[in-house]
Write a protein that binds this ligand. Structure first.
Ligand SMILES: Nc1ncnc2c1ncn2[C@@H]1O[C@H](COP(=O)(O)OP(=O)(O)OP(=O)(O)O)[C@@H](O)[C@H]1O
Ligand SMILES: [Mg+2]
Ligand SMILES: [Zn+2]
Length: 649
């Protein structure tokens, strides 16, 4: 302590237990008494070791770490009141650091004598009577700030970790009070922490009525440790590790994993393959100047009743630190971070879903039904993997290294093949370009497939269990995934060659055409992530040519699904990324410029006038104009100030 200039020391509970079991048990039973003994013992020992340093210290604290067993947050109750416990959880809210008075000085207004009062509890306490024997008045007193001593304090709100949550339960939360310069400001919202402290119960006061009979629990922290950022999963047992390694040796391991993903859902092999890549994820790289995300994002766009929600719910359950939320009722603040006004008027920061799913997978269903202003909040999280807030005097950036699996319905409810992709997908371009893989799920009547699928679904209903058994059971798969995530595969030279050949061919093809850019650096990065994820799934340290080929295949599949013809090697990424092929974009531009020109004359433009102007002057068919106007309206480029009138936004 003296060497590092600290005012507290960590005491390992296990060592204490080994040294004197009876003492360690008393510490757990009567922490209020024995923590004071520990502090006193620490202070007198410090006096022996370094008297000079001890002289300078006002207070020294023994912080107990690593109790033998941890208490579950949801099990805390009257039995633990006054006991020392260890609790793990995720910090969802943190107040700023605030000074708390420890020893308050009060000046007697009658004689001027200053009395000092030790402060405990949550309210400031004045002396009972003046300390001057000749005065002994019971007030009034005046608080003297300069002569009082303060200590830093902070309140945290701790929530159960998603991985500890029993299925279908709401997470519980607990307030934690931190006191001391060395313990405050250690944890930020989103951090996973282990706290040792004394369970307290306080009766809330109703102004003018009195105290309530039901108490509220909180924890007075004695020590706090920020745990590793990796999702906490119980390490595989030796037998499980053996099973995992055995599985990885199987040449068909990828097939086995794919068929273990939601076996009750029929078909969708390529989507399940994409989910496999999403589960394992690529390797994140942090260079001195920039960092590149390893987590992937995927989007499923599909007709109603194509099992999208089921797939998402499944992934949220199977993924380490998985989380499911639906678009409606999901706000920007709930997804990212919120600044909350506390009772006392101070502001505190609360972590949202994407921060809580840091290093996990967030499944966002019904993304098309989110309000656009809420959806925008995801942009930063999807590429930069952080969440920033600057509001109410709080400026903060939190980590949100979350893979996102989203689902949405087509713009018109059902996918209309004769419309362009952009017209079918009602999501803004900025968000589409952040998805590594996009798939379209269409519900097309097909006699043979329908027969097989109905057989499959009816079988489920008859037996109450899946007709296809998963080769890997969910519990093992979960462990397999977290085991694999510790591996960081490196790209082999062959795999590099495949990927760069594909990339250059695509770009080359578009160059000779003199057409818009075909494939962008974003897709190249996506390819790398998929290839790495595939290597990881087989616990390989190197990305092979085969992995690269598979990555290229699924990327092609994804691009084809969104309406790109790959056979001619002509790809128009602009189509998905900006939503329109170049020719269409040019025409849209004509519509907009004509509208703006007419707007100069009349303020707002009658729709019928615009249509006939474009038809006669630009020779664009009436139906096409109507369609483009609808599209522009949906995008928000133009709007309808009044029925039948248009205006540029
Ligand atoms: N391929 C399939 N295999 C098994 N069950 C299926 C399949 N497709 C659909 N179902 C069943 O159809 C039902 C509807 O699925 P779900 O609610 O996931 O649809 P959705 O795609 O989310 O639809 P919406 O877009 O309307 O939200 C579920 O009970 C699901 O099990
Ligand atoms: Mg659904
Ligand atoms: Zn007095």
């Amino acid at each position: 302590m003296a060497l590092t200039g600290k005012e507290s020391i960590a005491v390992d509970f296990e060592e204490l237990f080994a040294f004197d079991q009876a003492l360690s048990e008393k510490l757990l039973e009567k922490p209020d008494e024995f923590l004071v003994h520990a502090d006193n013992a620490l202070y007198s020992q410090l006096g022996i070791e370094d008297a000079e340093y001890a002289e300078r210290m006002e207070k020294t604290t023994a912080r107990i770490v690593g109790l033998l067993g941890k208490e579950q947050l949801r099990k805390l109750g009257s039995k633990q009141m006054g006991k020392l416990v260890m609790i793990e959880g995720i910090v969802v809210r943190a107040t700023p650091v605030r000074p708390m008075v420890m020893q308050a000085s009060f000046k007697c207004k009658r004689c001027g004598t200053v009395s000092r009062v030790e402060q405990t509890g949550s309210f400031l306490r004045a002396p009972f009577e003046c300390s001057d024997p000749s005065c002994r008045q019971k007030g009034p007193f005046e608080f003297v700030q300069e002569e009082s001593s303060f200590i830093d304090s902070q309140d945290l709100r701790l929530q159960e970790r998603p991985e500890d949550l029993p299925p279908g339960q709401l997470p519980r939360a607990l307030n934690v009070k931190l006191v001391g310069t060395e313990i405050v400001d250690l944890a930020r919202p989103g951090d996973h922490v282990s706290v040792v402290g004394v369970v307290r119960a306080v009766a809330p006061t109703m102004p003018g009525i009195g105290k309530l009979r039901t108490f509220i629990l909180h924890l007075d922290a004695n020590s706090l440790e920020v745990l590793g950022k990796e999702p906490e999963t119980s390490l595989p047992s030796p037998e499980e590790e053996e099973k995992i390694l055995e599985l990885a040796k199987d040449p068909w391991v990828h097939r086995k994993i794919v068929s273990s993903i939601a076996p009750s859902i029929y078909g969708y092999e390529h989507i399940k393959e994409a989910i496999m890549y999403l589960l394992f994820g690529g390797v994140s790289k942090s260079l001195p100047d920039i960092s590149i995300r390893g987590e992937m994002n995927a989007l499923l766009i599909g007709d109603p009743g194509t099992a999208k929600s089921q797939l998402l719910q499944y992934v949220a359950r199977i993924a380490p630190r998985g989380l499911y939320t639906s678009g409606r009722g999901t706000t920007a603040a709930g997804l990212t971070a919120a600044v909350i006004r506390e009772k006392g008027g101070s502001m505190s920061l609360e972590a949202g879903a994407l921060v809580l799913a840091d290093k996990g997978i967030a499944c966002i269903d019904e993304m098309d039904k989110m309000r656009p202003e809420d959806r925008v909040a995801i942009h930063e999280a999807m590429e930069q993997h952080t969440v920033s807030v600057a509001k109410g005097g709080i400026v903060a950036t939190l980590n949100a290294r979350t893979a996102i699996l989203a689902a949405a319905n087509p713009a018109l409810g059902r996918y209309e093949p004769h419309r362009t992709v952009a017209e079918n997908i009602s999501l803004p371009v900025t968000i589409l370009s952040r998805f590594d893989l996009i798939f379209v799920l269409r519900d097309i009547p097909d006699k043979e497939a329908d027969g097989k699928m109905s057989g499959h679904i009816l079988e489920i209903h008859r037996k109450g269990l899946s007709p296809v058994e998963a080769p890997i059971e969910p519990e093992l798969l979960r462990k397999y995934v977290s085991y694999a995530k510790t591996i960081k595969p490196i790209l082999s030279s062959e795999s590099l060659k495949r990927l760069s050949d594909f990339y250059l061919a695509m770009r080359g093809a578009s160059e000779t055409e003199g057409s818009p850019v075909a494939i962008t650096a974003r897709q190249l990065e996506s390819l790398v992530r998929v290839a790495e994820a595939r290597a990881r799934a087989a616990l390989k340290k190197e990305v092979s040519a085969e992995d690269a080929e598979a990555a290229i295949a699924i990327m092609k599949k994804s691009l084809e699904e969104v309406g790109i013809d790959l056979s001619s090697y002509k790809m128009d990424i602009d189509l998905i990324m900006t939503g329109k092929p170049k020719s269409v974009r040019d025409r849209m531009q004509v519509v907009i410029s004509t509208l703006m020109k007419m707007e100069k004359e009349t303020g707002m433009v009658e729709k019928a006038m615009l249509v006939s102007e474009l038809e006669s002057e630009q020779k664009i068919p009436r139906t096409d104009v109507e369609r483009m106007v609808q599209q522009l309206l949906r995008e928000g480029t133009i709007y309808e100030p009044r029925e039948g009138f248009l205006k540029k936004t």
